[in-house]
Design a protein around this ligand. Structure first.
Ligand code: ATP
Length: 355
């Protein structure tokens, strides 16, 4: 049995709005789960239900074999880091870190040990421990919030967009620190983000949500390469996956610009589809091209360039290392094994027969 099991969980708010529908998830011990999705898709609602701050309308949550639906946040032994840090402004940093131990009436020596240990891990020094949160920078406050969570030694750590208030540089640094903490201390973390890069770099398991529903769960690499829905395919990856409209018929993808043989789909006929292929699976070639595109502009990124071009009305992004200066047209070849086809009607990926 997994560490945390979430079964058929729904959330309907008192105004009748259904924010989460039939959420199912297995979290293993030492998993780093990242729930991602656009604003309003139900990520925070889900996290708050796990923490106990929000009630569950229906379904079950089981932590270490014990049903926790009806338990208060305190009884669940789950620690949560919020986006706005939620530090107590009138307390010193030291007391903030030790707060949950103080309210649990732990003895002073134990509290001191845990506060000092946690502050060492998150690199908060003795001077900073004496200050109030208002006298710290955003990044330092974020460390205090993490330190407070570490001092608690909870069964499960929940983090709701903890890095969203930080600038890009600090965000990158803190991301690395959180990953290191997780590796070192064997914690189990559920982390909410709307940032796909955070999800790809941190997660052992990624949960993509859309409009209250899970689109896909899996290892980041797997979901990136094998998206089950158009939403999952377009949510992960920069530039966004290329989508080319056409028809699947008799083992061929056909549109007005090109036709390619895809034998593993030979049993599907006359289906309107979108051909998905990521920019790194397209290459600029001199001959044997699959199609030709009209170059719109080239984005130089140092080690590579991305050619943004038109195939008819469709914008296509192609990675290349070639010098693409002053080029109006280019020939493009696809890595056919990386093509993902989506049924236009259902937006679901179509599986071909194994060859
Ligand atoms: P964000 O990334 O913007 O924080 P989110 O994915 O975390 O978004 P939630 O905060 O979980 O989204 O909200 C999900 C949906 O539920 C939203 O449409 C929101 O407006 C709605 N919602 C949240 N709280 C309530 C409430 N108390 N009553 C009614 N609807 C609510």
């Amino acid at each position: 049995m997994s560490y945390l099991t979430i079964k058929h969980v729904d959330k309907v708010y008192p105004n009748g709005f259904c924010a989460v529908k039939d959420f199912n998830l297995e979290v293993d011990e030492h998993d780093f789960v990242v729930i991602v999705g656009p604003s309003g898709c139900g990520k925070s609602t889900m996290l708050r239900m796990i923490s106990g701050l929000e009630s569950i309308t229906s379904g079950e949550m089981i932590l270490e074999g014990k049903k926790i639906n009806e338990l208060s946040p305190k009884e669940r032994d789950i620690a949560m880091v919020f986006q706005n840090y939620a530090l107590y402004p009138h307390l010193s940093v030291y007391d903030n870190i030790g707060f949950s131990l103080l309210v649990r009436k732990k003895n002073r020596r134990l509290i001191h040990e845990k506060v000092m240990n946690a502050s060492r891990i998150v690199e908060i020094d003795d001077h900073q421990l004496k200050r109030k949160p208002g006298q710290l920078s955003g990044g330092q406050r974020q460390r205090v919030a993490l330190g407070r969570t570490i001092a608690r030694e909870a069964k499960l750590f929940l983090m709701d967009e903890p890095l969203s208030n930080l600038d890009a540089k600090l965000r990158g640094d803190m991301r690395v620190e959180i990953i290191e903490l997780w590796r070192k201390y064997n914690q189990t973390i559920i982390y909410v983000s709307h940032d796909q890069i955070e999800a790809m770099t941190m997660a052992t398991k990624i949960v993509i949500m859309n409009k209250g529903v899970i689109e896909q769960v899996g290892a980041p690499n797997y979901v990136y390469n094998h998206p089950e829905t158009l939403f999952a395919a377009t949510f992960l990856g920069t530039p966004q996956i290329n989508l080319i409209s056409g028809k699947l018929d008799n083992g061929h993808f056909i549109n007005e610009y090109f036709s390619i043989e895809l034998p593993e789909y030979k049993n599907i006929n006359n289906m309107e589809v979108l051909l998905g292929i990521r920019s790194e699976n397209l290459s600029v070639v001199k001959e044997h091209e699959d199609f030709t595109v009209k170059v719109d502009y080239v984005e130089y990124l140092g080690s590579k360039s991305i050619v943004h071009a038109y195939l008819g009305e469709t914008i296509i992004a192609v990675n290349t290392k070639e010098n693409m200066k002053d080029i109006e047209e280019c020939k493009v070849k696809m890595n056919i094994s990386k093509i993902i086809l989506f049924d236009k009607e259902t937006s679901k990926a179509i599986r071909g027969d194994e060859l």
